[in-house]
Ligand binder design. Structure first.
Ligand code: FAD
Ligand code: DLZ
Ligand code: SF4
Length: 523
């Protein structure tokens, strides 16, 4: 009797633990199911990417001699949930046992555990060893630390992997070159990402998604679909990054420019998260570029830190703190997410409308747009944590809860009371003005706080600090900013609160703050 292995949509790696566990005669099951495609209303491009990558991977497995049962979304027998598909195929084939590499999300892990006690065949859940740090290693890192920090974890991983190390010392004499990585962009041009002709698999999937998920957020058409759907394309994307983007990645990591949607970012998160690329191979490629003098240390170190530092760290926190983590809301944020998060034409704030446009058109926004524009606004406006997390999980092509939740709830919204970040990433319009060219084209005035046309980021920022003053007073990293707040006159404090309140009312009553639109809607 054969065994069967379920391969999930984000487990598309030749080295997957469950695939390696199988004999050549064992069977692989892959299934496109409604429940995964709609547990949040994913961006159309994300569903198309996952289905197309799944179909390409099934073909790859078949070409390598594997027997694959592939259930398409339109299969009339499809039960539309992964545990139910296992049950259905168990009834049909009476497999000796089932093997699954642990899923990336808590909810599915629970569902597979529940299934293992009811199915009439054993279910073995194997560790996902496509990450550098195992759950046990991360727990050992957390143990005994009162205030764990990414930087400490990152240094340990640098040591254990030997990446950018010279014996026991970091290459370049420093662990972190972040202070060099904060330049605003000058006039230089930025490279276009590679594109590939859309093959029949992706073409079919694009039609399917547009038909079945037409009411989901985001644009999807064959002309603009740009995501790598198989390993060869993912490797091309990586090569393009190393050759054309890495050199400037560090300098302009935090820059934002209207109309430039990807700048020098790598665009590899979708491929890493699907399993088309592995974390060590991309870091080694960047390290080689440094040794070959193709890219400076601040760029290479900055890039490697994102992968072996942040990416591994957020995964460790997710599995260490779930399921409680998802319910946290330290700052009691409950304001409804403004409608303009789904439609950028409803806001006149250029920074937000650019980030949301990029998100809608490309299922992408780079890190600083996610953190310091949409994230920062949601934080200082006090948007409901649950709805903000759902938004981030649905709108990005690279979003899976293990990586999205700590970044959103922890890093952007400070809703975990400082587990992820030592201080809230809140800022006024000043930061956005320094790092972008958005404010020059915006009808709001970034240097003003109390006037009618003042930048909303300014009064919302101070209003946020007024509200949470007591909570933040015990945080030494907030001391300087709170001293500034304490110097404000009563009149100024009242004006700030009034502006923030009026803005909120306008957004709730009109669905946004866009002037032109609100006038039109009055006609
Ligand atoms: P680059 O800027 O080129 O970075 C290189 C790689 O480093 C990325 O591909 C990614 O794998 C990794 N990386 C960088 N920053 C982080 C981080 N903070 N956490 C984890 N990995 C990181 N990333 C996701 O992959 N999925 C998400 O759902 C996601 N949600 C986010 C939500 C918020 C509120 C914020 C602030 C960040 C989120 N990120 C998420 C992290 C980061 O913004 C994206 O990984 C990055 O923008 C992807 O684009 P890129 O591949 O061009 O990245
Ligand atoms: C994201 C996604 C989507 C849209 N669809 C499927 C699917 O139909 N079948 C599948 O196996 N996986 C899908 N996925 C990926 C899963 O949601 C992902 O494996 C879990 O969220 C765990 O990370
Ligand atoms: Fe954003 Fe304010 Fe600048 Fe307008 S002025 S782009 S709202 S930061």
């Amino acid at each position: 009797m054969a065994r069967c292995c379920l391969v999930l949509g984000d487990q598309l790696s030749d080295c997957l633990s469950s695939l390696n566990y199988l004999e050549p005669t064992d069977v692989v099951l892959m299934a496109e199911v409604w429940s995964e495609a709609s547990y949040v209303k994913h961006h159309k491009q994300k569903i198309a990417l996952v289905f197309s990558a799944m179909r390409h991977f099934a073909e790859r497995l078949r070409n390598a001699g594997r027997e694959v049962i592939y259930v398409q979304l339109t299969d009339p027998n499809n039960t539309h949930s992964l545990p139910n598909e296992i049950e259905r195929h168990q009834r049909a084939h009476q497999f000796e046992s089932w093997v699954i590499t642990e899923p990336g999300e808590w909810r599915l892990h629970e569902a597979f555990l529940a299934l293992s006690s009811t199915l009439d065949a054993p279910v073995e859940i194997l560790p996902d060893d496509r990450f550098i740090s195992s759950h046990q290693e991360f727990k050992a890192f957390l143990d005994g630390r009162k205030q764990p920090r990414m930087e400490h974890f990152y240094r340990k991983i640098r040591q254990s992997t030997g990446l950018l190390m010279e014996g026991a010392d970091p290459i370049g004499g420093q662990w972190n070159f972040d202070h060099d990585n904060r330049k605003a962009l000058d006039q230089r041009s930025t490279p276009n990402p590679p594109t590939w002709p859309i093959d029949s698999i992706t073409n079919d999937v694009i039609s399917l998604v547009n038909q079945r998920f037409g009411d989901h957020f985001g644009e999807l058409n064959a002309e603009q679909f740009q995501w790598p759907v198989n390993r060869d394309q993912a490797l091309e994307m990586l090569d393009h990054f190393i050759d054309q983007r890495l050199e400037s990645f560090g300098d302009f990591q935090d820059a934002m420019v209207a109309g430039k949607d990807t700048l020098f970012h790598s665009l590899i998160s979708t491929s890493l998260n699907l399993g088309l690329l592995g974390p060590m191979e991309v870091c080694r490629a960047a390290e080689d570029a440094f040794h070959e003098e193709k890219a400076p240390i601040n760029a290479v170190e900055g890039f490697i830190r994102q992968i072996i530092g942040w990416r591994e760290y957020v995964r460790g926190l997710y599995w260490s703190y779930m399921p409680d983590y998802k319910t946290r809301n330290t700052l009691d944020a409950t304001w409804p997410l403004p409608e303009f998060y789904w439609d950028e034409s409803k806001t006149d704030m250029v920074c937000l409308s650019e980030a949301i446009r990029n998100t809608r058109q490309n299922a992408y926004a780079h890190h600083i747009q996610r953190l310091m524009v949409t994230g920062n606004f949601a934080l200082i406006a006090g948007c409901s944590v649950e709805s903000v997390c759902d938004w981030y999980l649905s709108v990005y092509a690279d979003a899976y809860e293990w990586v999205e939740l700590p970044n959103t709830l922890g890093m952007a919204l400070f809703a975990d009371n400082g587990v992820m970040a030592s201080k809230p990433y809140c800022s006024s319009g000043k930061y956005i003005d320094r790092m972008s060219n958005y404010c020059k084209g915006c009808r709001y005035r970034v240097k003003e706080t109390e006037t009618e046309d003042a930048c909303p980021f300014n009064y919302l920022y101070w209003d946020f600090l007024i509200k949470h003053r007591d909570r933040f007073s015990s945080n030494p990293r907030m001391a300087m900013i709170l001293r500034n707040l304490d110097r404000f006159s009563d009149d100024k404090l009242t004006a700030i609160k009034m502006r923030a309140e009026t803005f909120r009312e306008r957004v709730v009553n009109q669905g946004g703050d866009a002037k032109v639109r609100s006038q039109e809607s009055l006609l």
